[in-house]
Design a protein around this ligand. Structure first.
Ligand SMILES: C[S@@+](CC[C@H](N)C(=O)[O-])C[C@H]1O[C@@H](n2cnc3c(N)ncnc32)[C@H](O)[C@@H]1O
Length: 288
C-alpha cells in the first residue's frame, strides 16, 4: 500500500477518536506521520507514493489503534525528543511537553552567563529540563529532585543513557537536595503540578487517564500550593541575584506573578516563547 493511503487511513481513525484531545488543527496528521516514521525507522516523511511493506502497514495500524485509545505517543514510542535529546517516557512519570523547552531555554540563557553555574530543577519528572541544561552547559552542576521514586529512577536512567552529568534526588520539593547547596544556586526551575484540585476532572481524558494525579495537581484549592512553597523556600538555596523560573499555563500566570512579588522577588515578569502559546514562564530574582 502507498504511504499516502496508509497515512490517510490513520489520520481518519485518529480524528474520529473521542479519547484524543484534538486541541490543534492538523495534529492528527503530524501524529500519524510520526508513528509511520517510527515504524519505518526514518526521520524524514517518505514521499506519498512510497510502497509500504505489508508488515509495516500492520505495525503502523497497531500503533494507531493504541493512540486511538488515548495513549500518548511518547508511551507508544517509549521516548520523546526534547531540545534534541531522546528522553525515555514510561507510564507513571509525566510526559515531557514541547512547551517546557522554553523553560529550559530561559534557564540556559541565564546559566551561560555564570562562571561556575549551578542549576536545580524541582519536580524534575524524568529529568527533562535538568538534562537539557546538562547537555547545553556541560560545565554546570545540575541537580534534579522529585517526590516520586519512579520519576527519579527514570531521570537517572535518562542521564546514564545520554551520558550527561546530573544528580537526581528523591524528596518533597527541596527535601532530597544536599544542604551544601544553600546560597549557591544560580537558577531554580519548576514545572509544577498546578491544576487546582477541583479542576482535574475538567482535563482532557488523555491527560487525566494517562498521567498520575500527583503530576497534575498538588491538591491545593488554587493550584498554587507547590509554587507558593518554592517562592518561600528558594531564597535559602539561591545565590545573591539568582533566579527562580516557574512554568504554568497562561491563565495561572497573573496569580503566580502575585505570589513571586509577595515573596519579595525582584524583576518579576511573565515571559512567553515565540510559537508556544500554551505556556508562560514566570521569572524573578531572589529577594535582596
Ligand atoms: C508537571 S510534572 C513536571 C515534570 C517535569 N519537570 C517535566 O516538565 O517533564 C510535575 C512533577 O512534580 C512532581 N511533584 C509533585 N509533587 C511534588 C513535591 N511535593 N515535591 C517534588 N516534586 C513533586 C511530580 O512527581 C511530577 O514529576
Amino acid at each position: 500500500m502507498k504511504a499516502k493511503k496508509v497515512l490517510d487511513r490513520g489520520v481518519r481513525l485518529l480524528k474520529a477518536s473521542p479519547a484524543i484531545d484534538h486541541w490543534q488543527k492538523g495534529r492528527e496528521r503530524i501524529e500519524a506521520e510520526d508513528l509511520l516514521n517510527f515504524v519505518l525507522g526514518v526521520d524524514e516523511d517518505p514521499p506519498g507514493d512510497t510502497e509500504i511493506r505489508k508488515k509495516d502497514v500492520a505495525a503502523f495500524d497497531a500503533l494507531v489503534e493504541r493512540r486511538v485509545t488515548g495513549e500518548p505517543i511518547p508511551f507508544i514510542k517509549g521516548y520523546t525528543v526534547f531540545r534534541d535529546l531522546e528522553i525515555l517516557a514510561t507510564p507513571g512519570v509525566f510526559v515531557p511537553r514541547d512547551s517546557s523547552e522554553f523553560l529550559a531555554e530561559q534557564a540556559i540563557v541565564r546559566l551561560r552567563k555564570r562562571k561556575r553555574p549551578v542549576h536545580v530543577d524541582l519536580a524534575t519528572g524524568g529529568g527533562t529540563i535538568a538534562l537539557a541544561v546538562a547537555d547545553e552547559i556541560p560545565k554546570a552542576d545540575v541537580y534534579g529532585a522529585d517526590v516520586a521514586a519512579d520519576a527519579v529512577k527514570l531521570a537517572r536512567k535518562n542521564a546514564k543513557r545520554l551520558d550527561l552529568r546530573a544528580t537526581f534526588a528523591q524528596g518533597d520539593l527541596f527535601g532530597g537536595l544536599p544542604s551544601k547547596l544553600h546560597g549557591t544556586v544560580d537558577v531554580i526551575t519548576l514545572h509544577p503540578p498546578y491544576v487546582a484540585k477541583g479542576e482535574v476532572a475538567d482535563l482532557p481524558d488523555e491527560v487525566r487517564e494517562w498521567e498520575p494525579e500527583h503530576t497534575l495537581t498538588d491538591q491545593s484549592v488554587d493550584g498554587l500550593g507547590l509554587i507558593t512553597r518554592s517562592v518561600e523556600e528558594s531564597p535559602q538555596w539561591l545565590r545573591k541575584n539568582g533566579w527562580l523560573l516557574v512554568e504554568v499555563s497562561p491563565d495561572r500566570a497573573r496569580d503566580v506573578v502575585r505570589v513571586f512579588k509577595a515573596g519579595g522577588f525582584r524583576e518579576v515578569k511573565s515571559t512567553k516563547g515565540g510559537d508556544l502559546p500554551v505556556t508562560r514562564v514566570i521569572v524573578g530574582r531572589c529577594p535582596a
